[in-house]
Design a protein around this ligand. Sequence first.
Ligand SMILES: Cc1ncc(COP(=O)(O)O)c(C=O)c1O
Length: 395
Amino acid sequence: MNAGIFTKCLEFTIPAELKKAGLYPYFQKVESAQGPEVTIDGSKKIVVCSNNYLGLANHPKVIEASCEAARRYGTSGTGSRFLNGTTDLHEKVETKFAKFVGKESAILFTTGHHSNLGALSTLIGKGDFVITDKLDHASMIDGCRLSQGEIVRYRHNNMGDLERHLQRYEDKNKLIAVDGVFSMEGDIVNLPEVVKLAKKYKAGVFVDDAHSLGVLGKNGKGTGEYFNLENDIDVLMATASKSLASVGGFIASSKAIVEYIKNSARSLIFTASLPPACVGAIDMALDLIVQEPQRRAKLFENSNKMLREFKKLGFNTSNSSASPIIPITVGTDETAFKMWRRLFDEGVFASPVITPAVPAGQAIIRTSYMATHTDEHLDFMLDKFEKIGKKLGII
Ligand SMILES: Cc1ncc(COP(=O)(O)O)c(C=O)c1O
């Protein structure tokens, strides 16, 4: 333990200091199922930090499908998809997903993170360029970093800056890789312009629909459907850990592209397959997205109400507009921790997002909504945000 390599760990005291001050917000121990209310330390909290957008994580049919899959296939594939971890249920769900999003083929990874690692690291080869939005999710950045190509970043949703980079690398093979809905900001990629520029400069288009699947578009098919540009997304990534109420990640595309990724992605080949119970949950959640469109309608009724009311109260909600993610800018990291603590004590479970995830002085409380929040939940939260926002001088 005296080796110098560990010095950084011994000197890393921030969490301990925050804990001492009662301001450490992370790794809260939830003692109940995921829903609009949870129990933490024996007391009830209203949840405003979950990605359980459609409220399916606690749906009896999803739970039963998950149990049934475990009874039939056991608890684990005990190996990778490549060698011995694929079941007919994995393949059934891949086919169902590909059909749902209108692609020829799909492959299911063990997490969304793994799918971005696997797809991006294999698609971007030596001499290729990947052009990413500066606020793309960390898993996309990690996937690009694992590749042998060059990474170029453009200013968030700034199409002029994107075009500048495309012009610079006009004669190169390149991929534009973007989030559909940006996970912290809650704004939506300018897909029409991305597609137009991709065509002009012969770039591929990769969209991470982690926060859009089940949410955006008339049928919940994601960002492509929202803009009526489904066929212009070359490679679609979606995670099963949000609207699909499970764990796992999909890459959907043409047969040739999926086959290539499937046979070369290290994060697929060298890791265990998604457990059957999780695949069973996805299978049912995909059906419920189609069968229960009222969930999406309620989700938007809830998030539109919150956006309207937060704005009325004078909170800064940045560019969030048509997604269930509403960031509340509060100022310094310290203010975000204080706001989190006071909300928590008043019965609201929220998450603070601090530097370096956001620029210094622009820490946020990231709020996100579910179809299963009731008006009483929302009014309760608004009341607490108003009271604490005023006390901390945020509004
Ligand atoms: C935009 C985005 N992409 C990818 C991921 C990774 O997905 P998963 O959590 O399923 O591994 C996340 C998860 O937070 C995300 O927000």
